[in-house]
Design a protein around this ligand. Structure first.
Ligand code: HEC
Length: 215
């Protein structure tokens, strides 16, 4: 239906065709959606990326065992227990840690002790001397006169037999290896054997002479 013939259009144009053309030229076209294809280079690029991805997955070796990854336990990731620092490889526990919790208050972090009260462990002839005597000191304690590095002490060294063989071996191996000490590590087996051999020892040794006599 022609615009001028519409029922509501009462305006009469003298020259219908000319008016229609003028109107048409004034108006813009209704907007419409044109067909805008993706640029060809983008299509090629995406295709190339997809192909590269597929190729990459294809060539990547898949030899990894998927059982690893998150399924490893904390125990597996821990370093081997025998490699504890300061134990000389002999102990399954951290001797330094035991020293820090149980011995440091008296014998001091430097192993130098406290003059006249607590004897030094650094360069001590008892620490670096006979294995069994050192184990005896730790297992049963000392309560009496003993000479350490030329000084006489008369204090009370507690007994530590409540610690396990591993722990005692660890702490003894540690005090033999720090502060310049270079003694051989002590094994848990040696502690166990000495614990058995001295099981009748109920009280602390009564000083250096008693320790020597116990051998
Ligand atoms: C409450 C303080 C105290 C604590 C804690 C203590 N000791 Fe002692 N320790 C002494 C005293 C005091 C002596 C000297 C005993 C004496 O005079 O009869 C001694 C002596 C020793 C000796 C022999 C003497 C020497 O200096 O070489 C060794 C070895 C030793 N202690 C190691 C240790 C270790 C290892 C620990 C920790 C497990 C420890 N002590 C914890 C007070 C302590």
């Amino acid at each position: 239906m022609n615009k001028s013939e519409r029922p509501g259009n009462t305006k009469k144009a003298s020259k219908p065709g000319a008016v229609k053309n003028a109107q048409r030229q004034r108006e813009n076209d209704d907007p419409d959606e044109g067909i805008r294809p993706l640029p060809w280079f983008l299509v090629m690029f995406l295709g190339a990326m997809a192909m590269w991805g597929a190729f990459y997955i294809y060539i990547t070796p898949s030899g990894e065992d998927t059982a690893y990854g998150d399924q490893r336990s904390v125990a597996l990731l821990r370093p081997p227990v025998a490699a504890v620092a300061g134990s000389g490889g002999a102990a399954k526990v951290d001797g330094k840690q035991i020293y820090t919790t149980k011995c440091v208050a008296c014998h001091q972090p430097t192993g130098a002790g406290l003059a006249g009260v607590f004897p030094p462990l650094a360069a001590s002839e008892w620490v670096l001397g006979d294995d069994k005597t050192l184990i005896n000191i730790l297992l049963h304690g000392v309560n009496g006169e003993m000479v350490v590095k030329g000084n006489t002490y008369n204090g009370a060294m507690p007994a530590w037999k409540s610690m396990s063989d591993d722990e005692l071996a660890g702490v003894m191996s540690y005090i033999r290896s720090d502060w310049g000490n270079q003694g051989a590590p002590i094994t848990a087996e040696a502690v166990g054997a000495q614990r058995e051999a001295t099981k009748t020892q109920a009280a602390p040794y009564a000083g250096g002479a008693a320790l020597k006599a116990a051998l």
